[in-house]
Design a protein around this ligand. Sequence first.
Ligand code: DHB
Ligand code: MG
Length: 225
Amino acid sequence: RWTEVDTYSMAHSHPASRPNTQALQETLAASDASALPRYALSAPQAKFLALHIRTAGVTHALEVGTLGGYAAIWMASENPQLHVTSVEYNAHHAAVARRNIAQAGLAARIEVIQGAALDVLPQLRAAVQRGDRPRFGFVFIDADKVHNWAYFQVARDMVRPHAVICVDNVVRDGQLVDGDDVDPSVRGSREVVENVGTMPGVDAVVLQTVGEKGYDGWLWAVVHA
Ligand code: DHB
Ligand code: MG
């Protein structure tokens, strides 16, 4: 029933008459037609991030892992004040995302940077530290899971006080607790969960989730003032 509850509750809490419905549906359809993997957030997960951004008054968000642009389009379409910088390694995914973002009329507020996050994030950090870019109020890490902790540490250096850094897919059907699991994604998820609690100036929690995406969860970290 996890998927049915997502479908039912979204149909009522976010009816099809909402202004971003068509752009989001077209984004998923175009992503399928372009053979992108179905790793996009569920609608309620993406709307939750968008509502958090509104509550916190975030003006600049960073996303690591654009895929087809679905989460970025949710965040920007629900928040007219928001600028999103999104990093995508896969050139095909980046091209599909840019097309979806343009179709949604959000090209002026969602920037897709194509490249390896291990290269791009330190460049963004340098720009932030020079004062050439504003600090981010929200970071969503949803790329290859192996480098979760590396991405988290760079993100930590370029956020504002009270920013949230969210890492997707850390629970992985409960595989998170299996220290013998050799799956590199499990190891990368354990690494960020095990290290975040000892990082100065950060308070974090892992929230388990069920729904259309199955049983998973995300790490939610708040950076101190
Ligand atoms: C996978 C990646 C994701 O970002 C996601 O949300 C679900 C699954 C994966 O690599 O398996
Ligand atoms: Mg994900």
